[in-house]
Design a protein around this ligand. Structure first.
Ligand code: NAD
Length: 340
C-alpha cells in the first residue's frame, strides 16, 4: 500500500518507516524537521520525503495514498505549554485540516496519533475509551479537539482511527530523553543517581516506541469494518507502572544508582491507569513485543554503546522542549500563517 507518514523524522516515526518498508509498503514521509541535527543513529529513509509543514498539505499532495498516518505534532505536555497557540494550531487545527484534505483526496484510512494523556488525572480503576477525559495540559486538550473534529468526517469512504498511545519509552534512532523512562535511565547512566519530583506513586501507562509503530501497521492492515472511527487505547494492561516501579528497574539495571524522592507535587500532575481491552478485542493477533524491563535493558545497552554522558543528558539534543525553544522563531515566523 501507499502510505504517508507525517512526523516521520521524530522519535516514533523512524520505527514506523522501517516497519512499513519491511512489510513492503511504499512510504512517503512529511516532516518539518524541527529536530534536524538531533539524531542519534541513522534513520531508515522513506521512499520520498517532503520537508514541509503538514498544515500546508492540500488534497493534491494526498492524492493516491491508501492511508495517512498522522504523527506530526508538538508532542508532549510541557512543550505544549511553551506556546499554546502553536500547539493548538498544529495539533488540533492542523490535524483536522489534514484529515479533511485526506478525505477530499479520497484517502480511505486516516490513523491519528492521539495520546492517553487525555485521561490526565484519575483515581481508581484503569480508564477505558468511554470514560471521562480529564486533560491537564494544552497538549492533551489539543488531542481531544482533534479527535472530536475528525470524527464527523467518518463515512463509508473515510475511516479515521484514533490511537490513544500510552507514554512511549525505549530506543529510537531519534532518541528523546524528555520521556520519564528514558530520562530516569539516562540520568542513572550519565550521573549515577536519580531524583524523582514526586513521592513516586503516580501511575503511568507505558509502551515501547516500536510497539506504537507496530500498532500503526496493524491498524493499516486490519479490516476496515473492525477499526472504522474507533478510539483505541494503545498499550498493555500489564504495562501500567508507578514511577517508583520504573526507578526500581533502573536501580536493578544500573547497580549503585542513588535515588531521592523529593515528595514535591511537580509541574506534571498526571496520574492514571489505562484499560487496553479494546485493543485486544479489535486486533486479537496484536501483542506488545516489549515489557518495560526488556525495553529498558535494550536502551541501556544503546546508552552504553554510545558512551552516553552528563553532557548528553544536560544538552539540547535529546530534549524536544530545549530544541524547540531555540527554534520557536522558525515556527512562529514562517509557519503560523499557513493554518488552514
Ligand atoms: N512520545 C510519546 O510518549 C507519545 C505518546 C502518545 C502519543 N504521542 C504522539 O505520537 C506522535 C509522535 O510523537 P513523537 O514522540 O515521535 O514526537 P517527536 O516530537 O519526536 O516528533 C514529532 C515530529 O513531528 C514534526 N512536526 C511537528 N510539527 C510539524 C508540522 N507542523 N509539520 C510537519 N512536521 C511537524 C517534528 O519535526 C518531529 O519530527 C505525536 O503526535 C505525539 O503527540 C507520543
Amino acid at each position: 500500500m501507499r502510505v504517508l507518514v507525517t512526523g516521520h523524522r521524530g522519535y516514533i516515526g523512524p520505527h514506523l518507516v522501517g516497519l512499513l518498508k519491511e512489510a513492503g509498503h511504499e512510504v512517503v514521509g512529511c516532516d518539518l524537521d524541527l529536530f534536524a541535527g538531533c539524531g542519534w543513529e541513522p534513520m531508515p529513509p522513506p521512499d520520498r520525503e517532503i520537508i514541509r509543514d503538514v498544515r500546508s498539505l492540500t488534497p493534491r499532495d494526498l492524492d493516491g495514498f491508501d492511508c495517512v498516518m498522522h504523527l506530526a505534532a508538538i508532542s508532549n505536555d510541557p512543550m505544549g505549554d511553551l506556546d499554546p497557540e502553536i500547539t493548538r494550531s498544529i495539533n488540533a487545527g492542523g490535524s483536522i485540516g489534514l484529515a479533511r484534505a485526506a478525505k477530499a483526496a479520497g484517502v480511505p484510512r486516516f490513523l491519528f496519533s492521539s495520546s492517553c494523556s487525555i485521561y490526565g488525572q484519575a483515581e481508581g480503576r484503569p480508564l477505558a475509551e468511554e470514560d471521562a477525559l480529564n486533560p491537564v495540559s494544552v497538549y492533551a486538550e489539543s488531542k481531544i479537539v482533534a479527535e472530536e473534529g475528525i470524527a464527523p468526517l467518518a463515512d463509508a469512504d473515510f475511516s479515521p482511527v484514533y490511537l490513544r498511545n500510552a507514554t512511549a519509552y525505549g530506543h529510537s534512532p531519534m532518541l528523546r530523553i524528555d520521556l520519564v523512562v528514558n530520562n530516569l535511565l539516562g540520568c542513572a547512566v550519565a550521573k549515577g543517581d536519580i531524583r524523582i519530583v514526586s513521592d513516586g506513586t503516580p501511575w503511568r501507562p507505558l509502551i515501547h516506541c516500536k510497539d506504537i509503530a507496530r500498532a500503526f501497521v496493524a491498524f493499516l492492515e486490519a479490516p476496515r469494518g473492525t477499526i472504522h472511527n474507533q478510539r483505541v487505547n494503545v498499550g498493555g494492561d500489564a504495562e501500567n507502572y508507578r514511577v517508583r516501579d520504573i526507578a526500581a528497574i533502573v536501580q536493578r539495571l544500573v547497580p549503585g544508582t542513588g535515588l531521592v524522592y523529593t515528595g514535591e507535587v511537580g509541574k506534571d500532575p498526571r496520574d492514571y491507569r489505562v484499560d487496553f481491552a479494546r485493543l485486544g478485542r479489535l486486533l486479537p493477533d496484536f501483542q506488545l513485543e516489549y515489557t518495560l524491563a526488556a525495553g529498558m535493558e535494550e536502551l541501556l545497552a544503546r546508552y552504553r554503546a554510545h558512551g552516553f554522558s552528563s553532557r548528553d543528558f544536560d544538552g539540547d539534543q535529546f530534549v524536544r522542549l530545549r530544541t524547540l525553544r531555540h527554534r520557536l522563531d522558525r515556527v512562529t515566523g514562517g509557519l503560523q500563517a499557513t493554518t488552514p
